[in-house]
Design a protein around this ligand. Structure first.
Ligand SMILES: Cc1cc2nc3c(=O)[nH]c(=O)nc-3n(C[C@H](O)[C@H](O)[C@H](O)COP(=O)(O)OP(=O)(O)OC[C@H]3O[C@@H](n4cnc5c(N)ncnc54)[C@H](O)[C@@H]3O)c2cc1C
Length: 406
């Protein structure tokens, strides 16, 4: 870009993907980056209301249990105890991650209260962004980081439809002390698996840093009735009675833990998903990243990581293409070539696991055996392409594969 005007980049959405992308792109001196976020402030609703630099919870083992009998089906040691991977598994509140990312975004780069409603393709002149406050903006490159219900994706691909998966999460965090009297609830991270749902228990605070750390309870229900009008149900309050009804046949310990949550403390999150996109770029000037690019509703519990990886690769692609005659077009091509197959692999993996489990269920009546098979395929099948993905190495390998590098 030597001797040329700066390229303007508009990032839509200030979740982990948008913030991660803003950090990566703002380090490139030939870009002028602006992030537009619809919310009036830089965080999603924190169930606790605090976000003061606490790290996260990292129990050294995880229990998998039968939700009705409490029978322990497996115990996993987390990587922090192994020589192979010293990073460890940490559960932290999303607001902590948001705050940490926000700290690294250059001041003045984010505009709040900017809800994108549409985009216009301006041939030869970039993209016009149209906001709900009747204002607009222009950019050479638009990054759609606006989550699973992405407006950017809807404009690019109007026929792409999301559907309610039937799977709803009821989530809360409560002071751990409130559950301390219940046997086997707070001592480990644990999943209690049932037929039509499961319950997940986990620390979310680093107990060395907080006097009374918070503890997450998520009740997942797999067979919720369809949502009329397919409206987004995300973080709305759920009653105690509603959540209790989803675990009424579960082990007493689980029911007692769910009962210890006060009225008004549960949030309900309905998960939506949609088919894979064959391409995660459009108009030669738009990139979709994070949940906007692979609407899977948190299927791997790592969506924030995928979104940040997207942003980092996009930055490398832009840097790599900066002297090209059409730098944005070329960078998007590189970005798509690297990230699309990665998401394709995820979709394939989910299809394979789903088919395998259906077959296992048809052939086996024993519930514990079924659960063990499910846990094996969901938690211990080969997911190294996800959990050990070294994005720096991916980039090096891509560069090495180019004809000019040989
Ligand atoms: C129940 C559940 C549990 C999960 N658990 C985990 C987990 O443990 N670990 C993990 O890594 N991931 C988890 N995920 C997935 C994770 O939350 C997402 O993958 C991740 O947040 C994706 O980041 P993103 O930046 O792409 O999108 P989002 O986080 O959805 O951010 C999108 C941003 O865009 C803004 N926005 C939306 N529309 C507009 C608009 N029109 N104009 C301007 N701004 C807009 C939003 O306000 C928001 O700030 C979970 C998901 C679900 C559903």
């Amino acid at each position: 870009m030597v001797g040329r005007a700066l390229l303007s980049v508009a990032i839509v959405g200030g979740g982990p993907g948008g913030l991660g992308t803003a950090i990566a792109l703002s380090k490139l001196p030939f870009l002028q980056v602006t992030l537009y976020e619809k919310n009036p402030e830089p965080r999603e609703a924190d169930l606790l209301g605090a976000s003061d630099g606490v790290k996260g919870g990292s129990k050294s083992n995880t229990h998998q249990r039968n939700a009705y009998t409490g029978n322990i089906l497996s115990i996993t040691q987390h990587p922090e105890n192994s020589d192979a991977d010293t990073r460890g598994a940490i559960r932290a509140r999303r607001t902590r991650l948001q705050s940490a990312l926000l700290d690294k975004v250059p001041e003045g780069l984010i505009q709040f209260n900017k809800k994108l409603v549409s985009l216009e393709d301006l041939p030869g002149a970039g993209v016009r962004l149209i906001f709900d406050d009747q204002t607009d903006a222009h950019a050479d490159l638009v990054v759609g980081a606006d989550g699973i219900h992405s407006v950017v994706r809807r404009v690019l691909l109007p026929d792409h439809q999301l559907r309610f998966t039937g799977n709803t999460a009821f989530r809360t965090i409560v002071p751990r002390s409130r559950l301390a009297h219940l046997p086997d609830i707070t001592s480990t991270t644990a999943w209690w698996w049932g037929e039509a749902g499961h319950v997940y228990f986990s620390d979310v605070d680093d107990e060395k840093e907080v006097d009374d750390p918070y503890f997450e309870i998520t009740v997942r229900s797999y067979k919720e009735p369809d949502i009329p009008g397919k409206t987004v149900v995300w973080g709305i309050p759920a009653t105690k009675e509603k959540v209790a009804s989803r675990v009424s046949t579960f082990d007493q310990r689980v029911r007692d833990a769910v009962d210890a949550v006060h009225e008004g403390e549960w949030g309900e999150f309905a998960t939506f998903a949609g088919p894979r996109l064959s391409k995660i770029t459009g108009w030669d000037k738009i990139a979709l990243i994070g949940d906007a690019s692979h609407p899977l509703s948190g299927a791997f519990g790592s969506g924030a990581t995928f979104a940040m990886e997207d942003g980092w690769i996009l930055a490398r692609a832009l840097e790599h293409s900066k002297f090209a005659s059409h730098p944005v077009e070329e960078a998007l091509e590189v970005f798509n070539v690297i990230r699309s197959p990665y998401y394709a692999r995820m979709y394939e993996h989910l299809d394979e696991v789903g088919a395998k489990m259906q077959q296992f269920k048809a052939e086996n009546n024993d519930f514990d055996a079924f659960l063990k098979a499910k846990i094996d395929s969901f938690l211990y099948g080969d997911k190294s392409f996800i959990y050990k993905n070294d994005i720096g190495k991916v980039w090096e390998e891509y560069v090495a594969s180019l004809p000019s590098s040989n």
